[in-house]
Design a protein around this ligand. Structure first.
Ligand code: NOJ
Length: 768
């Protein structure tokens, strides 16, 4: 029998922004609970999926069957082929022959109508082409990069941005986006960390759901909606060494508990398609992996959409050393569950022979064709194959879209430091030196995968500060160096501008090309000599506000120690400039939180908040003296800034953390409530975060796991109660045999404003 302490009252734990995650003494004061015997694990069925075949539309299924009966093998393989514009009209020729299922990276109503016309007027069966594009964080109205979007901790705001992206892309003739990218990333060297929601499965799942809803709506056939695509399935973000396209090797537990949840959330939200990844996963490339593509995705999750390969990732089964040749690659791709092939043509060229030789079944091809046709019906292309070219002309950058871009940009900012209330810069008559390679760089505002975003549409930080500054403000600008910052030639002019100013805004970081695909970096430092530039500005004695523009966590220890204020702005989109002005001039109070850990040095990577304790957890106070504990000899414990961290111009206090019960049954639910008060003098947002931990269990559990969050806006003096409801899906985990269940034992709950510190309470799960 497990004894539960009478107390439910929360224990207050000091929260420090620079604390390790979590302070190790927290890990010691939980009451000891015996590990539950395996037999005590209660298996709770997983939540039913929304995509069981039963929900398929019978009328559509029967239309699909009728079409299938009429299709030749070549026409079927045509539906499984996606091509781009090869510059020689190859895609038009393919369309005429009914051999083009889909296109990628071509947009614009007129261009796409031309392809569709070739298809509808010449092909035998007139099955409309499905037009796809990378609409990742906006189409023309570019919003913050997805990592910045995750920093809003506000799925509704992300959903709105995806809805705008879908409306613009839909007007440009597109019916399908290769988004959301829902890869978990624990290694900031990997450039594509910019495209996802960061390191956490819970936050990642919330963002995945929101973005799928935003793109698809309740009816993806509406002209302002798109089919969505959860990518890259799976493990792509765990590339060894953070080197893009590199192999991935991880335990099944990590795969299921950390990397799967955002994809599962996308399936539950009704996502239409998946994209199979480039990487080798535990020895079986993701684009030929029957376990992940069929057993899990279809078998366990009931996914009824289709899977598109990544760019030539079926052909790449050959260099992986997995397929012998193109025919073998086609066989492995189709048999494992990749339905449509992007760019390479191994299916179209080899499937007939494979069939003849009995190496592939007709049933496998038919099933893939069914899946593709099903989504074409869902996208409404049979009823509406053409785009409205007139409507496209007024579809972009509508005032309400631009307004949302500005709001979301400001919501995504994370205030990392603000000594002595340097920010906001209020009041008239200041001279501000706006320095740095990214201050006036419009492309850097857009960031990676900027759709059809144009740098002319983007307002730079310099422009934003100039146009939005309080009356009487003088702005001086010097670049200092370009983003590579190889020379110090421009430093003197920058220092001169700083000397003649009251305050310096140093805009440093990365261009959009420095992160994203094929943009891994071996260091996380500011590129080139940018840090020296900031050091030269700091040496003038003027207060320096560092405004970071970047798509990954950077190692900014020197800034954290020396400059009084740091604002993380990511690549914030077309309205980056006005949004930075809103934040710096105090019209908006930053309220974003880090969706990813910022390490002190690249040597700490991989570093993430939901680590295990190890058998030798260090204590916070004694980290220098304590030798035989898990730590680095040459570094303080923990990250520079932990997951979930972010400051505000106002202050908040959490109190009255209480649980609705002292104990629950494994299939029971519990509510955690906490009050949050704005104790400062300005309006502001706080993100209240709920974490749990199992101090002992039949398998070791992370030091904390996020299980709820809520961004709340409060006026000075206002208090709000926030409630989190936890049930089996939140409290269960994979036991020793990787079976999901809820295990009896003590659960610690933390309510906090980051993944470190906060208020703590306990409850017990008791066997039935
Ligand atoms: C390769 C990228 O990995 C993927 O994310 C993208 O959607 C495709 N290219 C198409 O552009």
């Amino acid at each position: 029998m497990i004894r539960f302490p009478a107390l439910i009252a929360a224990v207050v734990v000091a929260a420090s922004p620079l604390a390790a995650t979590p302070p190790m003494d927290e890990l010691r004061d939980a009451p000891a609970a015996k590990p539950a015997p395996a037999a005590a694990v209660i298996r709770i069925p997983r939540r039913p999926t929304t995509q069981r075949p039963a929900v398929l539309d019978r009328r559509i299924e029967s239309k699909i069957e009728q079409l299938l009966k009429r299709m030749t093998l070549e026409e079927k393989l045509g539906q499984l082929q996606q091509l781009g514009d090869d510059g020689k009209g190859g895609h038009i020729e393919a369309a005429k022959k009914g051999r083009l299922g889909s296109t990628l990276s071509i947009s614009g109503a007129a261009k796409l109508n031309e392809i569709q016309r070739a298809n509808m007027e010449h092909s035998r069966l007139k099955i409309p082409v499905l037009f796809a594009h990378d609409v990742i964080h906006g189409f023309r109205t570019i919003f913050p990069i997805p990592l910045g979007e995750a920093a809003m901790w506000d799925p509704e705001a992300a959903e709105k941005a995806s809805a705008v992206a879908a409306a613009e892309a839909g007007a440009a003739g597109l019916r399908w986006t290769f988004a959301p990218m829902v890869d978990i990333a624990r290694d900031p060297r990997w450039g594509r960390i910019a495209e996802g929601a960061g390191e956490d499965p819970y936050l990642g799942a919330a963002m995945a759901r929101a973005r799928v809803r935003g793109f698809q709506g309740s009816d993806p056939s509406a002209p302002d909606k798109l089919l969505a695509c959860a990518k890259h399935w799976i493990g792509y973000g765990a590339a060894e060494g953070g080197r893009d396209y590199n192999s991935t090797d991880m335990s099944l537990r990590t795969m299921r508990e950390i990397y799967f949840p955002p994809f599962k959330a996308a399936v539950d939200a009704g996502v239409a398609t998946f994209m199979s990844a480039f990487n080798d996963l535990n020895g079986v490339p993701s684009s030929g992996n029957a376990f992940t593509l069929t057993q899990v995705l279809r078998g366990e999750w009931g996914f009824t959409g289709f899977v598109v390969s990544d760019y030539e990732s079926v052909r790449e089964l050959i260099p992986h050393g997995f397929a012998k040749d193109a025919a073998d690659a086609a066989r492995l791709g189709l048999a494992s569950g990749v339905d449509m092939e992007m760019v390479s043509r191994t299916y179209a060229e080899n499937a007939p022979k494979l069939l003849e030789k009995g190496l592939l079944s007709q049933a496998a091809i038919d099933e893939s064709v069914r899946r593709v046709l099903r989504q074409k019906f869902r996208a409404g292309v049979f009823e509406r194959p053409y785009a409205d070219e007139a409507a496209e002309k007024t579809a972009f950058l509508k005032p309400e879209y631009v307004r949302l871009a500005r709001e979301n940009a400001a919501r995504s900012f994370v205030l990392l430091k603000n000594e002595k209330g340097l920010l906001p810069l209020e009041g008239p008559g200041r001279t501000i030196a706006v320095i740095g390679p990214l201050a006036d760089d419009a492309s850097a505002m857009l960031g990676t995968w900027a759709g059809e975003g144009k740098k002319e549409d983007a307002v730079t930080i310099l422009q934003g500060l100039k146009s939005e500054a309080p009356a009487g403000t003088k702005i001086r600008h010097a670049r200092g160096c370009d983003a590579d910052c190889k020379t110090t030639d421009g430093f003197a002019a920058a220092v001169d501008a700083a000397r003649n100013a009251d305050v310096v805004v140093a805009v440093v970081g990365e261009t959009g090309d420095m992160n994203g695909e094929a943009a891994s970096r071996s260091t996380l430092d500011l590129p080139g000599r940018q840090l020296e530039l900031v050091q030269a500005l700091h040496a003038t004695g003027k207060p320096v506000v560092a405004v970071l523009v970047n798509g990954r966590p950077l190692t900014i220890g020197w800034l954290a120690e020396n400059v009084p204020a740091i604002l993380e702005t990511w690549h914030a989109g077309v309205q980056a400039g006005p949004a930075v002005a809103d934040a710096l001039f105090g019209r908006v109070t930053p309220g974003g939180k880090l969706p990813v850990t910022f390490p002190r040095t690249v040597g700490q990577v991989p570093i993430y908040y939901n680590q295990k304790t190890t058998g030798r957890p260090p204590t916070m106070d004694d980290w220098v003296k304590e030798r035989y504990v898990s730590r680095y000899q040459d570094l303080p414990l923990g990250p520079l800034y932990e997951f979930g961290f972010g400051l505000s111009y106002t202050t908040f206090r959490l109190s009255d953390f209480a649980l609705s019960a002292t104990s629950i049954k494994p299939d029971g639910r519990i509510t955690a409530k906490v009050a949050v008060e704005n104790t400062g003098a300005r309006d502001g947002d706080e993100v209240v975060q709920l974490y749990i931990r199992r101090p002992s269990a039949s398998v070791t559990r992370p030091v904390r796991e996020l299980k709820g969050f809520k961004r709340v806006s409060l006026k000075p003096g206002e208090t709000r109660e926030v409630a989190f409801d936890l049930g089996p899906a939140d409290l269960g985990f994979l036991g020793p045999n990787l079976e999901f269940g809820v295990e009896p034992g003590i659960v610690e709950a933390y309510a906090g404003t980051s993944s470190s510190g906060g208020l703590k309470a306990f409850f017990e799960i008791v066997a039935r």
